[in-house]
Design a protein around this ligand. Structure first.
Ligand SMILES: Cc1cc2nc3c(=O)[nH]c(=O)nc-3n(C[C@H](O)[C@H](O)[C@H](O)COP(=O)(O)OP(=O)(O)OC[C@H]3O[C@@H](n4cnc5c(N)ncnc54)[C@H](O)[C@@H]3O)c2cc1C
Length: 527
């Protein structure tokens, strides 16, 4: 077992040691990107760390994002320059050092058409120029993210063939980072933390926070246990209010639809169109590497109880189809939707009426009664900075994560280039002769993944393969078939893919037939 390998046997041994009164420097609660980032930051500074997640890694908001590692352009519209700078700096670190195998440059086309009057086009161009200044300031070379420029209507339609031709005067072309998969980033951060000695325990729900640790329940056995810790950091996202009484959130739901890329002429660039009458709101169509285009994004207040798995409303779905179709030659309807998902943003409550106006800043808050810290808000892009802020509050040791590549990143650092679509190519260090899907998702570990089983797609229209299922169970802490389908492979985004992976999972998970099942959860929002 290598230090970065996480699996059922390691979980059982580490859980036993912790429950037997071992004292750790830090317990982290929550296994989304924030908690995984905190665990990595603290473990790499030499602290002993245990992370407890009540379900699976990336079970919460962290798997429902737009999968962009962005330079913070939208914050410029809200005059949040500090936030935009932080995003641009963290994007540079992710694309160049931390996870170049998982983040690739994505071109964005903003059509100059009837929906984009000259005044708005001029403002957008100024914003793109400032964004470019931030890119240069953050030392992201133009070979990684080229500068924005104006392009002709012809070039725009070459990049995005479904763009409506009528009234198209040209377009603005800009670049940002796109993640292969948000859940894979979480798993890579958690495994890198494990390589630095962090104990990563999933299906371990925290039921209470004390001044000397936490009380928890093993969801696989129902057994209650306690972990003794010098400090506790809570990273429970939209569930923060359950354990952190002083944190007030105003969650907002963001929804995406997944449409076959062929329906939009197999675009090579994302299309970005302003929502009429709303400042700073855009609808985009993002081409993904799995043959789908993600159309998003809504921003709807989601007050009331927090669901385990949010779903887009019929109204959001209709609005997204309508706004996207307005800029396209194609009129998209419900029959074009291959999958759908929604996530809740853990936004800090403010005094604005609309959630779209609430800041995407993060906060670190201390509970007076227990001394526990809660870190909440922010973005996937800025998880490292959030983790650094939180861990700086409990130790004077220096942060190292800005120069720490994640597992799979070795040899990929030079790989991010607009022409090469970012990820290391087959043959790059460690990638061997693995198929492109594995190289994109596992970087330098791709060849090792390929050795574990068949790399052929599970079925003609199902891109996942047996080797990645075996790897996830052996090294990535996939404990249930749903972990494989919904978090490790993302088959859960399309119902047919999910069925095929669940069927294959039973043959690939060691001892799966005799393993006790964790509580059943509805883990996909596709229908
Ligand atoms: C629709 C949408 C699109 C987005 N797009 C982007 C984007 O493109 N780029 C970007 O940078 N950001 C994006 N974001 C923001 C980003 O996704 C979130 O800020 C981030 O994922 C939040 O991560 P988190 O770890 O704080 O929360 P979560 O991922 O929700 O993790 C919290 C975890 O805590 C666990 N937990 C809760 N209670 C307990 C307990 N008692 N015991 C143990 N575990 C517990 C949960 O199970 C969960 O796994 C988007 C957000 C949304 C909603």
């Amino acid at each position: 077992m290598t230090g970065a390998s996480l699996n059922a046997a390691r979980r059982a041994a580490e859980l036993e040691a912790l429950a037997a009164d071992e004292l750790v420097d830090l317990v982290v609660v929550g296994g989304g990107i924030t908690g995984a980032g905190v665990a990595l930051d603290a473990a790499s500074r030499g602290l002993s760390v245990a992370l407890l997640e009540r379900r699976d890694l990336a079970h919460g908001t962290s798997r429902w994002s737009s999968k962009l590692v962005h330079g913070g352009l939208r914050y410029l519209e809200h005059r949040e320059f500090g936030l935009a700078w932080e995003s641009a700096r963290e994007r540079a670190l992710l694309m160049r050092t931390i996870a170049p195998h998982l983040v690739r440059p994505l071109p964005f086309v903003t059509p100059l058409d009837r929906g984009m009057p000259a005044s708005k086009a001029a403002k957008t161009q100024i914003g793109l120029r400032i964004g470019d200044g931030l890119r240069i300031g953050a030392r992201t070379p133009r070979r990684v993210l080229p500068p924005a420029r104006r392009i002709s209507a012809l070039e725009a339609r070459r990049l995005a063939p479904a763009l409506a031709e009528a009234g198209l005067r040209g377009a603005l072309l800009s670049w940002d980072g796109q993640l292969e998969d948000d859940a894979r980033l979480v798993v890579a951060v958690a495994r890198t933390a494990a390589a630095h000695g962090a104990r990563i325990l999933t299906y371990a729900g925290v039921t209470g926070v004390r001044d000397d640790g936490v009380d928890a329940v093993d969801a696989l056995t129902g057994a209650a246990f306690s972990v003794r810790a010098r400090r506790v950091i809570l990273a429970t996202g939209v569930w923060a209010g359950e354990l952190s009484p002083s944190v007030e959130l105003r969650p907002s739901r963001g929804s995406h639809l997944l449409v076959p890329a062929g329906r939009l002429g197999d675009p090579r660039a994302a299309v970005n169109v302003p929502v009429p009458g709303e400042r700073g709101r855009w609808v985009f169509a993002l081409p993904r590497t799995d043959g789908l285009v993600a159309i998003g994004l809504t921003d709807v207040a989601a007050d009331g109880p927090v669901p385990e798995v949010p779903c887009p409303s019929a109204e959001e779905e209709a609005t997204l189809l309508e706004h996207a179709s307005a800029a396209l030659e194609v009129c998209l309807g419900p029959e074009d939707v291959a999958g759908r998902y929604a996530g809740l943003r853990p936004l800090l409550a403010g005094d604005h009426a609309a959630t779209a106006d609430l800041s995407r800043r993060h906060a670190v808050v201390e509970e007076a009664a227990t001394g526990a810290l809660t870190v909440v808000g922010g973005k996937l892009t800025t998880y490292r900075a959030m983790a650094q802020d939180a861990v700086d509050r409990i130790t004077e040791r220096s942060c190292r994560t800005h120069r720490l590549p994640l597992v799979g990143a070795a040899g990929a650092a030079a790989g991010a280039s607009p022409t090469g679509r970012g990820a290391p190519r087959a043959g790059a260090s460690g990638a061997g002769a693995a198929p492109p899907r594995l190289v994109r998702r596992f970087g330098a570990e791709a060849a090792a993944v390929a050795e574990l089983g068949s790399t052929e797609p599970l079925a003609p229209a199902v891109p996942m393969c047996e080797a990645e299922l075996r790897w996830a169970a052996a090294h990535e802490l996939a404990l249930t078939p749903e972990d494989l389908a919904d978090r490790r492979t993302r088959a859960g985004l399309v119902p047919e893919w999910r069925e095929a992976v669940l069927a294959a999972a039973h043959g690939t998970m060691p001892g799966s037939s005799s393993d006790p099942s964790p509580p059943a959860t509805s883990t996909t929002s596709t229908s």
